[in-house]
Design a protein around this ligand. Structure first.
Ligand code: LLP
Length: 423
């Protein structure tokens, strides 16, 4: 997989598709998220083709990027949604997702969220505990309905990724083990306001090997066969998300290889294979463009390149020590490479995008592109340090469209209330 097919240099100037990034930035200022529309279409098509031999449904994991233009792009292609909150459910519905293509995951669904899922006739709740199963049954009863459920199984497989984004090990809070799952299915079949529709699992994120998927599916298959013997038939086999993308030099399996690893153990199972990809679809579709504010040497001989974006805009490097390529928006033939830390303006030492990174020496007001920023970038941004979150632009060939305005101070403070006694 080529990393950034739709971010290329033309005469030393970085383009997104056929739009000049410098020109876009001059219209909207920095920091600025820039997305390639075509990149999302391409990634969707890759996955769709890989799973085409099997009856499947791609439920985009909304948490990766919640912008409604991105959601609409995917729903227009036929994607469903994997949501983990009432807010995500509402966003998916507002962006036109078919409720019968929505799965509701998450270890802590509230009563209100469950109610909303039932009222909106979603495809399935992925249930993570016995108490949640009871809660869904009770709420469905109050509403005079039957709620569709799958049990989320924790297959206890090491996804070999960052510990913060591993979810399928028995020490993780997610899902239930094999034995508990069997007990929950048995219980669910006795509850009048539930209908058993499937099984689900999700072992982690940014998984760059196929083996963990294979291992997890072997365990899921055992369970499916076991349930079949008890006459519990599953319509939906939800295998979760987690397929990785290249951020640095990682070798990533092709979509087809992920599909083989997942489907070999599931050979012959009836029902629809549901996937919940997030990062795979949008991760490499975007760059976060930032402006160089100052370049200063330290006493120890380090060089700091201070930029106008911080971890409030893109948290991944600070939170997971994640690598993101950082490249100049304009390459100048005469500029020498230097080793520099690329640091944000936030008042914390962890506010750093890269440590001792080799890039061409930057001048004040040059622009840098922080790559692979499409997933878990904007959706994890905050307003820490009272910094407004960046604007976002979607590029389609030589056209570009504002899809989110930057926060203004009023947006950040509008929900704060001053008690009378302080006036
Ligand atoms: N399904 C479930 C139940 C999930 O919990 C997740 C991600 C996904 C699907 C989508 O996973 P993906 O295909 O995007 O790997 N903030 C972290 C990633 C956290 C992922 C949480 N769950 C990061 O920036 O790397």
């Amino acid at each position: 997989m080529t990393k950034f097919t739709h971010f290329t240099y033309k005469e030393n100037s970085l383009y997104c598709e056929n739009s000049s990034i410098k020109e876009i930035v001059e219209n909207y200022n920095t920091p600025l998220y820039i997305y390639s529309y075509q990149s999302i279409l391409d990634q969707y098509q890759l996955l769709e083709e890989a799973f085409n031999p099997w009856k499947n449904l791609l439920c985009y994991a909304v948490k990766a990027n919640t912008n409604k233009a991105i959601l609409k792009t995917l729903f227009n292609l036929g994607a469903g949604a994997d949501v983990v909150s009432g807010g995500e459910l509402s966003r998916a519905l507002m962006a036109g997702c078919d409720p019968q293509k929505i799965v509701f995951s998450g270890v802590g669904k509230t009563e209100k969220e469950i109610e909303s899922g039932i009222k909106n006739n979603i495809l399935q709740f992925n249930v993570e505990s016995e108490q949640e199963l009871d809660a869904i049954n009770n709420i469905a009863k109050q509403l005079g309905k039957k709620a569709p459920i799958a049990i989320r199984v924790n297959p206890d497989v090491d996804p070999k990724t960052h510990p913060y984004i591993s979810t399928g090990l028995k020490k993780n809070k997610f899902g239930v083990n094999h034995k508990q799952a069997l007990a929950l299915y048995a219980k669910a079949s006795t509850l009048n306001h539930l209908s058993i529709t499937g099984i689900s699992c999700h072992i982690g994120s940014q998984i760059t090997e196929t083996q963990p998927f294979y291992d997890a599916m072997v365990k899921i298959r055992e369970l499916i066969d076991n349930l079949e013997k008890q006459n519990i038939t599953l319509n939906n086999i939800d295998i979760g998300g987690g397929m990785g993308i290249p951020y640095n030099q990682e070798k990533i399996p092709a979509a087809h290889d992920y599909a083989q690893a997942i489907m070999t153990p599931l050979d012959g199972v009836k029902g629809t294979i549901i996937l919940e990809p997030g990062r795979f679809l949008v991760g490499n579709s975007a760059a976060l463009i930032t402006k160089v504010l100052y370049v200063k040497p330290s006493e120890e001989g380090l060089l700091f390149t201070i930029v106008d974006s911080g971890f409030n805009d893109l948290m991944r490097p600070m939170l997971y020590q994640a690598h993101h390529d950082i490249i100049p928006v304009t390459k100048e033939a005469t500029t020498k490479d230097v080793i520099t830390n690329i640091e944000g303006p936030i008042c914390e030492s962890s506010d750093r995008f890269a440590k001792e990174r080799k890039i061409p020496l930057q001048k004040q007001n040059d622009y840098l592109a922080i790559m692979s920023a499409g997933a878990y970038g904007s959706s994890m941004s905050s307003t820490y340090n009272s910094r407004g979150r960046p604007a976002e632009v979607l590029v389609k060939d030589n056209l570009f469209f504002l899809i989110k305005k930057a926060d203004q101070l009023e947006d950040i403070i509008k929900n704060e209330v001053l008690p009378d006694f302080l006036n």
